[in-house]
Design a protein around this ligand. Structure first.
Ligand code: LLP
Length: 418
């Protein structure tokens, strides 16, 4: 559900015409709908109202400060995977006590930063990391709150590149050794066990893998309790899918409903780390058709957004719906929608039957709010796009378009070349 609709044949973001936005800010342009962001957050929050819970938004999906502030104002926390994400979360006013920190490669300076900020918990992914945390906490005279990230060995039936909880993935601690691992953590002087964590993958459109994984974790919690190890926070990760094409993903309320019986009678606070579900369908990427041409067996629609702006199609063969800003009667063509980058994988859409678009008109890539801007780059020395937030009939620039100067800002010329 989102607030991008055609009004009088022109696509609007809430009450603003996408053409106005493109003309005002230029293209490529990321556009977000505030009302959609809010709606998604509230519906997640409402779904879990029967449980004590914290929604720790996964910053990696989209870390723009305006988006973080939107969720922070609703009581949202943050799931972070780097010092940079911690910096962004704190700067946007997210309380440290609502921040959880995952990732297999936390560095010493990042650990110290998070320890000094007194975040809610570190989601630990290896024994060596646990030792590093214990040592860092000792040095700082602190107790480090931890959860173990358990790899439950579940296949979430999603794209292989976004699976994280199967036996072959680098993430977490194998389920089988988890009890021993907790016992080891319990012995460490500067470590305080507070939780348990899992995140099995992304864009998952069936509840089944979530429930199997959760059941495994709950049985582990029981074993831990029997050993006198108390678990306060159960972090169920993110990963619920959204609709890109014709998927019918479960609603967060379905997830809440199904996990209720599993958690019955347990005194746990649920931590959730949704990313895509909150922002994915709240954003689109506006682009301009530069040229069209006929290929051997298809047309090519060449637009001014490339894989540097939106890498999901190239990286995961991801489908994003593409449509013109102007809706009018026209025939369909069989075409690839491609960008200006010198790579054959630089496409936003492949093998599509879509309305014949013409040079100079605007088109949009839908469902671009998650893992769009946050995965963008400067490849081919292309300045990154601007971002705009629409709020009713108002629109706000929330990130300036990069300039050529920005591209070279950090480069230095060796003395001998001067
Ligand atoms: N928590 C952890 C520990 C994660 O690693 C992730 C995503 C999330 C939460 C949020 O997952 P979500 O609710 O957004 O599915 N770049 C890929 C997705 C990679 C997801 C990585 N981890 C894509 O564009 O599909």
């Amino acid at each position: 559900m989102h607030y991008f609709n055609y009004k009088n044949s022109v696509l609007h973001a809430e009450d603003v015409s996408v053409e106005t936005l493109a003309e005002t800010y230029g293209t490529p342009l990321y556009v977000y709908s505030y009302k959609t962001l809010l709606r998604h957050f509230k519906s997640y929050d409402d779904s879990f109202k029967d449980f004590p819970h914290i929604i720790c938004y996964a910053l990696k999906a989209n870390s723009n400060a305006a988006i973080l502030r939107t969720f922070a104002a609703e009581g949202g926390g943050a799931d972070i995977v780097s010092g940079g994400e911690l910096y962004r979360a704190l700067r946007a006013g997210i309380p440290p006590q609502k921040i959880v920190y995952a990732g297999v490669g936390k560095k010493e300076d990042e650990i110290n930063y998070a320890l000094n900020q007194d975040i809610l918990m570190f989601n630990v992914e290896s024994e060596q990391e646990l030792m590093a945390l214990d040592k860092a906490a000792e040095k700082l005279g602190k107790l480090v709150p931890i959860a173990l990230r358990i790899n439950p060995g579940v296949d979430p039936a999603t794209h292989a590149k976004i699976t994280t909880g199967s036996k072959k993935n680098k993430f977490g601690i194998p389920f089988e050794g988890a009890l021993e691992f907790y016992k080891l953590a319990q012995k460490l002087k500067h470590v305080k066990i507070v939780g348990i964590h899992e995140h099995i993958g992304s864009q998952i459109i069936s509840l089944k893998p979530f429930l199997i994984a959760l059941q495994r974790l709950v049985s582990l919690i029981d074993e831990l309790n029997a050993e006198g190890i108390e678990i306060k926070y159960l972090d169920i990760g993110g990963g619920l899918g959204i609709q890109y094409l014709d998927e019918i993903p479960p609603h967060p309320a379905d997830l809440a409903e199904q996990i209720k019986p599993i958690l019955q009678g347990r005194n746990l606070t649920i931590v959730m780390e949704p990313g895509r579900t909150l922002v994915g369908n709240a954003g689109l990427l506006v682009t301009k058709v530069l040229y069209t041409k006929k290929g051997h067996d298809r047309d090519f629609i060449i637009v001014d957004a490339g894989m540097n702006d939106m890498i999901r199609p190239a990286m995961y063969d991801a489908y994003h719906h593409i449509m013109p800003v102007y809706k009018k009667n026209r025939k369909d063509v069989f075409a690839d929608i491609v960008g200006p980058i010198c790579e054959s994988s630089d496409y936003l859409g492949k093998d599509r039957d879509l309305p014949a678009m013409q040079q100079g008109e605007y088109a949009v890539v839908m469902s671009a709010g998650a893992y769009g801007y946050s995965m963008s780059s400067n490849y081919n020395s292309r300045p990154r796009a601007a971002e705009v937030l629409v709020h009713g009939a108002e629109h706000f620039l929330i990130r300036k378009r990069e300039t050529y100067d920005d591209l070279v800002r950090n480069e230095l010329v060796p003395e001998f070349m001067k």
